[in-house]
Design a protein. Structure first.
Length: 524
């Protein structure tokens, strides 16, 4: 939460003196005439930034699962039980906290029993939402749980409300979580898994206002109550149930669910909001400053929507018992020319990295209510972190933001105040600078800074109050062009490097943020 006027709340005695900088090794007074001042209240942190805000989403869509994670055990691409080793290593590198699966729209036409047992005997289906391709169900429940174990991540399973049944979802929970003797636990054992996995996070349907059944909010709220009732807690595992939430700015959906679903039955309420212009999505890489500005404007607008959904939740749930779960977000452009329109494959540029960094800064700021978020989607789909092609793999600028920002996982959010200069284009303005700060379990402060202005560097002075840290180091992600991106031919066009344009003196950290850059500082 931002403090309105922290100067009034904090006496000068709280101001710290930062003595030296480990990178430059000098100390000097703050420069005059700085454009932007950020006051970080290092002694005011109360809320934890759940690591689950840094979650991911992978659907049976295009080449996210097939070719992205799953190559099969017979593949020459290095794999463990059919799952690509390079992808697992890359995702372990960013400490992926959770993975939402199997959809998305696919979830509400997926019948989980088709994806268990011997692969050769599994029935095939048509993936009607995504390209009309045949889904052979070779990647099912056991493969997904193996993937999560290899990644060291928590599964988030989205059940089928749209075309499934209460019994089907109830049995899926039993199959995954029941330890004793029961039809589903016995079936799991027949399929080679003795112990239950103990899956905690369950989505009860997806976009049930649209692809998940075109329901009214009232009808879905009633359905949720039925489905959630029969998703049982087994053993010590208490389920965390997520109600399928609103589309973008549909506040009536949020209000109706908060009103009609008893809060003891709902741990989280979701929201989906993509950064896109549905009527004219545009290219992921072929754009000028007008489209650059427009995408960032739309991204920043999501903040207002999050705040309005949160305000409704506060009204019905002032004690904060129901979390906001922002389980689909990210950029959505036209597919790359020549690719299957149903596969949603788009490139990923520095512009996407800025969208990710801006969004994550805001989710950190609202961590009191927002406890989980999932960018869409991890591999080869929409705002992907990873591209694969045959045996090749490349990491996108968005991946590198997640790598830089992993320092915020489960850290204490430090309130800050920021008066940003404007980024102006064609007479319209956006705040150019965004920031977020946290303190980790070792007492180290991290500050993530974003400058979206594509033409101007911005000097920032950080006034860190209530701490006595002495050294600063940092990393930066920047690019030569607005649309710079990584490709299989040039995988390191946009990668983080050490950041040296930082000076420390008299309680102030001074940073020169280059145009269109993301900087993460470590202050210890
Ligand atoms: O992420 C792609 C799709 O976007 C998901 O399947 C759906 O939930 C949303 O509309």
């Amino acid at each position: 939460m931002y403090l309105e006027d922290p100067m009034k709340k904090l006496p000068n005695a709280f101001a710290i003196t930062l003595l030296s900088c480990c990178m430059t090794g000098w100390s000097q007074p703050a420069r005059e005439g700085l454009q932007t001042r950020i006051i970080i209240n290092a002694d005011q942190g109360q809320e934890t930034i759940s690591r689950h805000i840094y979650g991911h989403f992978s659907e049976h869509l295009g080449h996210c699962i097939y070719g992205g994670y799953w190559v099969g055990t017979d593949s020459e691409i290095p794999n463990t039980n059919g799952i690509r080793n390079d992808v697992v290593e890359a995702l372990r590198g960013i400490h992926i906290p959770n993975l939402r699966w199997p959809g998305g729209c696919f979830a509400d036409e997926y019948h989980w029993m088709d994806g268990i047992g011997p692969a050769s005997a599994r029935p095939k289906m048509v993936n009607t939402h995504w390209g009309g391709v045949t889904e052979d169900n070779s990647f099912g429940t056991h493969e997904f749980m193996d993937l999560c174990e290899q990644l060291g991540t928590e599964p988030v399973i989205c059940g089928n409300v749209g075309s499934g049944s209460v019994q089907e979802m109830s049995q899926w929970v039993e199959y995954l979580n029941f330890e004793g003797i029961s039809p589903m636990a016995d079936l799991r054992r027949v399929n080679g898994r003795e112990d239950p996995w103990g899956v905690k996070f369950w989505g009860v349907g997806n976009e049930n206002w649209g692809c998940g059944g075109n329901m009214t909010a009232e009808f879905y709220a009633d359905q949720y109550r039925r489905y959630a009732t029969f998703c049982r807690n087994y053993g010590g595992n208490r389920l965390y149930k997520i109600a399928g939430g609103a589309n973008s700015e549909d506040y009536n959906w949020t209000e109706t669910l908060m009103k009609n679903i008893p809060h003891r039955m709902m741990d989280g309420l979701s929201l989906h909001y993509y950064t896109t212009n549905w009527g004219n999505k545009g290219s992921a890489t072929q754009f000028g400053e007008e489209q650059y500005f427009e995408v960032l404007r739309r991204c920043l607008r999501i903040r207002e929507a999050l705040d309005r959904h949160i305000a409704i939740m506060e009204r019905y749930d002032p004690d904060n018992n129901v979390d906001l779960v922002f389980d689909e977000w990210g950029t959505w452009y036209d597919v790359e020319p020549g690719t299957n329109p149903g596969f949603l494959f788009q490139q990923n540029s520095m512009r996407d990295a800025l969208v990710a960094a801006l969004t994550l800064n805001y989710l950190n700021d609202r961590c009191e209510r927002i406890k989980m978020a999932n960018i869409a989607q991890t591999i080869n789909v929409l705002q992907a972190l990873i591209f694969t092609e045959g045996e090749k793999m490349v990491l996108t600028p968005t991946y590198h933001v997640y790598d830089l920002y992993k320092v915020h996982h489960d850290a204490t959010m430090l309130p800050l105040s920021l008066d940003s200069p404007d980024y102006t284009f064609s007479g319209r303005t956006l705040p150019a600078v965004s920031a977020s700060a946290s303190r980790d379990e070792h007492g180290v402060i991290h500050v993530s800074l974003v400058n979206i202005d594509p033409g101007k560097p911005i000097s920032v002075s950080l006034d860190i109050r209530g701490a006595d840290e002495k050294t600063v180091k940092g990393k930066i992600l920047e690019s030569s062009e607005m649309n710079s991106h990584n490709s299989f031919e040039n995988p390191t066009e946009v990668v983080p490097v050490d950041f040296r344009d930082v000076k420390v003196g008299k309680g102030i950290v001074e940073v020169n943020l280059p145009a269109r850059s993301v900087v993460v500082l470590e202050i210890s």
